[in-house]
Design a protein around this ligand. Structure first.
Ligand code: GAP
Length: 442
């Protein structure tokens, strides 16, 4: 049974502490679209930075790219999205709501008199299923009627395929090599939900690795291993991560083999990243639809071929949600409930809170100097309001791993109290050592 209370608590914490807000809230909100507040934007940025560091900066066989969201409409014909990126939908003629035909809340067979609308309960009001394309359409050019129809990209991958030769030639890479990009994607999801898990606007972190045909299965296995390792390195509980292999009927039209990395959310095991062996489907289709040769000439082997692609595709929002869910816990401390976000220091939005114990005796001045020095190096938060215990609790909820308190002893011996979020233990560290102490632990 889904632990909905945990999700409700998390949504409320995210709003209270400034992680995530509903989009356009003052107008009643926009369905399944969310805005990231001051802490959320830092969390998501840290996720993306970790990914970029691991995939692009730490390797010499992957190049970065930032392709535009709008692309030539033919791209989506070649990719198969115009014809196949669809869900079967049914409408209720009575209450005008729309559902996926396989919505488990529907009783009976849509289109038949026995079928019952899950919202208004009317029998026989559901239409036969119709195919509905999930891509958002818009118009390019000043006059709507004659302007070209363009789509908001439903995945970032296609921007990589159409630029593969540009990147290959300009970077002087050789196969095997990869192209990575982080960017927004849009899907008019019919059953979005579970907070930022499935939304209509989201960010993907995708990497396409171009390999010689025949070596794709081997690269696929390597990438599976590396990607699981990356999720573990974020501090996620290993027991809550698992593989899910796509069976024949689940495989997307482009995939020869596919595995999802799943996390055990309160609403069940769900995909956070997909690793796909796409064969030569993508470059083959773009070659066919554009009429441009996309083959690679392998000088060493004096051979020409169309590369195969191994794709790793993760959602930045989904990984951020996974970290929030995995980190959330409640503990009773001295008769009071303490809410903690046990985020790994490397992804925590704020690394250290700086507090003067009281607003007198030179403590605010010393704490301000410390704060100004530390925030040049990592994100910090200065807080001088309320009891020190309350200030610690606020930082616990924000996931801040270290609290630094300037007190009477600081003035006497130039040390501060370092308070650890998870153990709540305290130790004294010299003012001149505190920056290094924290950096070592990030
Ligand atoms: N290029 C392949 C591709 O897009 P996908 O399985 O459809 O594959 C990859 O999406 C990842 O993108 C998913 O694992 C998920 O993390 C993220 N994602 C997909 N749809 C999403 C949505 N509606 N909201 C949030 N994240 C989404």
């Amino acid at each position: 049974m889904a632990d909905t209370t945990l999700m409700d608590k998390l949504v409320s914490l995210c709003k209270r502490r400034g992680f995530v807000f509903q989009s356009s809230e003052i107008y009643g909100g926009l369905g399944s679209v969310w805005d990231y507040g001051p802490l959320g934007v830092e969390l998501k940025r840290n996720v993306k930075d970790r990914w970029w560091r691991a995939m692009v900066q730490a390797r010499d066989d992957i190049e970065g790219l930032d392709a535009a969201i709008l692309m030539h409409p033919k791209v989506w014909e070649a990719s198969g999205h115009v014809a196949g990126f669809t869900d079967p939908l049914v409408d209720c003629r009575h209450c005008k709501n729309r559902f996926r035909a396989d919505d488990p809340r529907i009783k009976g067979t849509p289109g038949q008199p026995d079928a019952q609308c899950p919202v208004c309960g009317t029998r026989g009001s559901l239409t036969e299923p119709r195919m509905f394309n999930l891509m958002f359409k818009t118009f390019m050019g000043p006059v709507e009627d004659s302007a070209a129809v363009v789509y908001l990209r439903p995945e970032t991958a296609q921007g990589i395929y159409v630029n593969y030769l540009n990147v290959l030639q300009s970077s002087r890479q050789r196969i095997p090599f990869g192209i990575a990009q982080i960017g927004k994607a849009f899907r008019n999801e019919i059953t979005p939900g579970n907070f930022i898990f499935r939304t209509r606007e989201f960010e993907q972190m995708e990497m396409q690795f171009f390999v010689q045909p025949g070596t794709d299965a081997e690269w696929f296995e390597r990438w599976r291993e590396w990607r699981m390792e990356w999720h573990r390195s974020l501090g996620l509980s290993p027991a809550k991560l698992q593989w899910h292999q796509h069976s024949g009927s689940e495989l997307a039209h482009y995939a020869k083999a596919a595995f999802d990395i799943q996390y055990e959310f309160p609403f069940g095991w769900q995909e956070i990243e997909g690793i796909h062996n796409r064969g030569d489907f993508d470059l083959g289709r773009h070659q066919e639809y554009s009429g441009k040769k996309l083959e690679y000439f392998d000088q060493a082997q004096n051979q020409r071929y169309l590369p195969c692609i191994v794709e790793t595709s993760a959602g930045a929002d989904r990984v951020a949600l996974t970290l929030l869910v995995d980190g959330y816990r409640e503990e009773v401390v001295e008769g009071e409930t303490r809410v903690v976000l046990g985020l790994s220091p490397s992804v925590a939005p704020i690394k250290a809170g700086v507090f003067p114990l009281v607003k007198k005796d030179g403590m605010p001045e010393l704490a301000t100097t410390l704060y100004n020095e530390l925030r040049q190096q990592f994100s910090c938060f200065y807080d001088d309001s309320g009891a020190i215990g309350r200030r610690y609790r606020r930082m616990d909820e924000a996931g801040t791993p270290f609290g630094l308190t300037v007190d009477g002893d600081t003035l006497a011996n130039r040390t501060v109290t370092v308070r650890h979020r998870d153990s709540m233990q305290q130790e004294r560290v010299g003012l001149d050592r505190v920056a290094g102490y924290i950096k070592e632990r990030l």
